[in-house]
Design a protein around this ligand. Structure first.
Ligand code: PGA
Length: 239
């Protein structure tokens, strides 16, 4: 694992460089994207660089990690909506090649088709990850088998509480989500994990220095050959 530590702004700029390098070398790259507060700085930087002509998304394909069950893409808390608002609407991407798991069709067949679509596209070149305070990656909560592919999950109470800041009340936070599995994530050719803020420091320590265990889903990244972890000083403070 390579670890980069800097300010939140440096993290966004440094991580964005990986995308510029990749897309200039391989314009039809396949990107795994993530939602949440963490990637917002990176997405702003990618928008700036894309609009400045530093790289193009025209031939790229994207697959997002997860989506809430029950939310249509037009719902302002859906992850499809988040991606459109925070990245896709502002860059030269062909939206028909941007994929987010369906929050409405939760069948096992549709979940399996998501993994197949990733494989058919050639596999993910860079998978972007945030991390939950409990170590989740995507919505793979503690205890998720490392062999899991895209599947529906029940969100933990902790995750629903943490995410309730985006909803009017906790009752409105969906109880389930569809997420890429741990194996889907590990199949990516390279992985960028970003963590910002003091609240993430304990789980970052466990992820990097602790035991590899499904109880800390992100610890599986120790087994991946190409992982870069970008941290601000606070998230890195217990290393
Ligand atoms: P955050 O979420 O970026 O909003 O902290 C990360 C996650 O839960 O994976």
């Amino acid at each position: 694992m390579k670890v980069f530590i800097g300010s939140a702004e440096q993290v966004a700029k440094e991580a964005a460089k990986r995308y510029v390098e990749l897309l200039n070398k391989k314009p039809n790259a396949v990107l795994g994207y993530a939602t949440g507060s963490t990637p917002l700085g990176l997405y702003s930087e990618l928008i700036r660089l894309n609009q400045a002509g530093a790289f193009s998304y025209k031939e790229a394909t994207t697959f997002n990690l997860d989506e809430y069950v029950g939310l249509d893409g037009s719902h302002d808390q859906s992850y499809r909506y988040f991606m459109n608002e925070n990245l896709f609407n502002h860059v030269d991407i062909d939206k028909s090649r941007t994929f987010v798991p369906s929050g409405l069709d939760t069948s096992a067949e549709t979940a399996a088709a998501y993994d197949e679509a990733i494989e058919k596209a050639g596999g993910i070149d860079i998978q972007l990850l945030g991390i939950g305070n409990n170590g989740h990656i995507g919505f793979n909560e503690p205890g998720t088998p490392f062999s899991s592919k895209t599947h529906m999950v029940e969100l933990t109470q902790n995750t629903r509480e943490v995410n309730s800041r985006f909803f009017k009340s906790i009752d409105e936070v969906p109880t389930h989500a569809v997420t890429m599995g741990v194996k889907t994530v590990m199949n990516a050719k390279s992985i960028i994990l970003i963590a910002l803020g003091k609240a993430k420091a304990p789980i970052i320590r466990e992820t990097i220095m602790g035991e590899v265990t499904p109880e800390v889903p992100a610890s599986v990244l120790q087994l991946h050959p190409f992982v870069e972890i970008y941290l601000d000083e606070e998230a890195a403070s217990l290393l």
